[in-house]
Design a protein around this ligand. Structure first.
Ligand SMILES: [Zn+2]
Length: 267
């Protein structure tokens, strides 16, 4: 669990800018959701690295990142980071309050409307009895072990070809290239892995075909980065990297434990 790969799976590419304190990296800030170099990361500092935003002033370590950007509890964040939490003498199991998103903010209405359309079309395409849809559905069922019910419940889908959209159609601020031309919003082809809660679509992640190269997983700009959780009220939770693995675990053992998927998978 290192900061640079967490940031990369949240769609924030960091560039090495200096050799100070074991290496310093810079990129856009996940809290400001803006900038090019305001967010600074020192992966060699402390346990798993430290970060600081020059603009909004937020700072912390891996645990803090998992809590604030992924919305994990302290305990879940420690589990995810492989740290041992000393049991508190006062701690005893008690019913948890209903799951509430913590500090992450859901995308705007316009964004969610576009995302919902993508999810609905994608679901229909995935269940088409031929072509790309059938191939992908076979892979999900035979290779990843997911049942049709799980696939539908998680609203997986197929985005058959790369598309580019105007950011303003998603309610996003246009991002200007060096030439001053606004960048289009890229939606690469692949498996659509959305995060839906009730009628809300919080995130669109795409798993791209191997032939399309890196990155394997792509987060559509404007997505919410909170961790995917199944069975939020279970006392025991298993933390996994991959959302597809999380779905499988919930399908097979959902009555025994809750599941938290960080969405860091690279395969
Ligand atoms: Zn910031």
């Amino acid at each position: 669990m290192d900061l640079l790969s967490l940031l990369a799976s949240d769609g924030y590419e960091m560039k090495r800018v200096a050799a100070t304190r074991g290496g310093e990296y810079a990129g856009p800030c996940p809290f400001c959701r803006d900038g090019n170099d305001r967010f600074r990361v020192w992966p060699a500092q402390g346990e798993g690295g430290r970060w600081w935003c020059r603009k909004c002033g937020k700072y912390g370590d891996v645990i803090q990142y998992l809590r604030e950007v992924r919305g994990l509890s302290f305990r879940e964040a420690c589990d995810a980071a492989g740290r041992v939490v000393p049991p508190s003498p006062f701690w005893r199991p008690k019913p948890r309050p209903p799951w509430e998103p913590r500090r992450t903010t859901p995308p705007g209405d316009l964004w969610q409307a576009r995302a919902r359309q993508l999810v609905e079309e994608g679901g229909r395409r995935l269940f088409q009895p031929h072509g790309q849809g059938k191939k992908l559905l076979d892979w999900l069922q035979k290779k990843r072990g997911l049942s049709a019910d799980t696939i539908k419940a998680n609203r997986l889908g197929l985005h058959p070809q790369d598309t580019w959209d105007r950011p303003e159609h998603w309610g996003l601020e246009p991002d200007l290239k060096d030439t001053g031309i606004p960048k289009k919003l890229w939606i690469p082809r692949g498996l659509i892995i959305p995060y839906c809660q009730a009628e809300h679509v919080l995130r669109i992640r795409l798993r791209r075909p191997r032939a399309d190269g890196d990155p394997r997983y792509y987060l559509v700009k404007g997505s919410d980065t909170r961790a995917m959780v199944w069975g939020p009220h279970q006392h025991v939770k298993v933390v996994v990297e991959s959302e597809l693995d999380g779905m499988l675990l919930h399908q097979e053992a959902g009555d025994l434990a809750g599941v938290v998927a960080l969405g860091n998978a690279q395969t």
